[in-house]
Design a protein around this ligand. Sequence first.
Ligand SMILES: [Ca+2]
Length: 264
Amino acid sequence: MNILKKSVIYALAIPAITLVFPAAVWAEEGTELPSYCEATGKGDIFNENRRGLCGDYASEISPAEAFLNTVVNRGKKGKERPVILDVRSTPEYRAGHPQYSYNAPSPFIYQYCNDVGELGSQDDRRPDGACISGGDRIAQPAEDFVSYVESIVPDKDTPIYTLCRTGSRSVGAAELLTKAGYANVRNIWEGFVGINLIADNQIPVLDDEGNVVYEEGPVDLNHDGQLTDEDKNGWRYHQGLPYETKLKNKQKYTGNFADTYYWD
Ligand SMILES: [Ca+2]
């Protein structure tokens, strides 16, 4: 191994070890969940999302293709007119969402953050609006979610793309809409924020004999020698797709829980 390569690897290892191993990243992102599709025989690996969840909705879709179809090719002759439903809570949506996306929270319309203990403070939130430490949630009844979507997307043949933070809540939302008769629902696999990808041979450690060996760890997607949000593989970060923070009247949530929704 040459010196340059070794120095780059150690530069990656230090922040990676301090950021990843003691933190809640592993538990929160749930990379070790078993494959529901394989366990149930419901589908194969190409029919499940990153959580090992599978469903009856039409398919997954990448953030890049979703961006092309909803923004770049928007209004062009002969193109479909898909709608992105951002199913995250209001603080998450407000912190950044794809242009033209509608906010239709599911299954949680609001989340109290643990550290502050009261509705209203932003202190316990990540820059993308998600709670850092969990907390209580206000649940959205499934039927309320479906009826709200029916009010903004009445034609059930309209292509719908569901989006959340990491591509997990959006699977449940896609299932609910498919069961309600929407025929062209696709789930945006990586989500808006995404996760750190995990691969073999990423983290250098010393074995009993003092030799450098490599363990499983997060991937430095943008190859800058550090592990940061820029390596998360969703719409906003590594993929760098445009987003906006404006709350537009037509797109913001106005359903049965709107008072709660704007209570911060
Ligand atoms: Ca990086």
